[in-house]
Design a protein around this ligand. Structure first.
Ligand code: SAM
Length: 235
């Protein structure tokens, strides 16, 4: 039997990171059942909802309107509306907006219902073959301020490191990782769950050397073996 949607609750709903089959039955049920969906980009979410045949009022919720939206959404929750929050892809709150509405909900004693579901870093980590016993998810490296400090800090990290990266910075980031962390074993996961999914494994230098021949497009997760784990062939 489909789960009953409870009034006044905030449902955090992960959506596919590429393959539209990667949505849970529970996520569909919640999206169908809530009163309103707060979405990072209402156009993107509208396309997704159309695909599943769901029609719902949408409210935009992104980093630049959070301050205005949070009190509005809290008010609706207090008035008894059930609200789902979704991002453009994957799990809201994972390198995507959601933190502020979740923090405000806790403050206002609103029940949060977090659904498990798609996110890019878990399949990348699992497929890397690096230790999953302990790992650190860093999201995007800072673009400017704090970037060097972060890279310096990652130098000594013994756990498996996971980074998100866009097509614009993938090469620069790999070059800097090599400069700061050395020629580690890495796996670059490109376009996970999509038609051109690719898992590229090797030393950073080897991957960089083959960059010209690879088609560099899409979205990337970089998984880096921890300090102790990479065997330096020259030693
Ligand atoms: N909320 C998302 C999640 O749960 O994974 C992350 C959103 S973040 C704005 C977007 C970044 O996630 C991309 O730049 C890329 O690093 C990673 N990403 C998202 N989808 C991906 C995919 N299909 N393949 C590889 N990386 C992906």
């Amino acid at each position: 039997m489909a789960e009953e949607i409870i009034h006044g609750r905030l449902y955090v709903v992960p959506t596919p990171i590429g393959n539209l089959d990667d949505i849970t039955l529970r996520a569909l049920n919640v999206l169908k059942g809530v009163d309103i969906i707060a979405a990072e980009d209402t156009r993107t979410t509208k396309i997704l909802l159309d695909h599943y045949g769901i029609e719902k009022p949408l409210l935009s919720f992104y980093s630049h309107n959070e301050q205005v939206r949070v009190p509005q959404i809290i008010q609706r929750l207090k008035n008894g509306d059930s609200v789902a929050i979704v991002s453009d892809a994957g799990t809201p709150g994972i390198s995507d907006p959601a933190y502020s509405i979740i923090a405000a909900s806790i403050e206002n004693e609103i029940t949060i219902v977090p659904l498990p579901g798609p996110t890019a870093f878990v399949p990348a980590l699992i497929a890397s073959g690096f230790s999953t016993h302990e790992f650190v998810f860093e999201g995007f490296l800072p673009h400017k301020k704090g970037r060097r400090t972060k890279l310096e800090r990652l130098k000594g990290e013994e756990r498996t490191i996971i980074l998100y990266e866009s097509v614009h910075r993938i090469e620069k980031t790999l070059r800097e990782l090599m400069e700061y962390l050395g020629d580690r074993d890495v796996m670059v996961a490109r376009e996970l769950t999509k038609k051109f999914e690719e898992l590229i494994r090797g030393k950073i230098s080897t991957i960089l050397a083959s960059f010209d021949s690879l088609i560099i497009k899409g979205e990337f997760v970089i998984v880096i073996s921890g300090k102790a784990a990479t065997v330096n062939e020259e030693e």
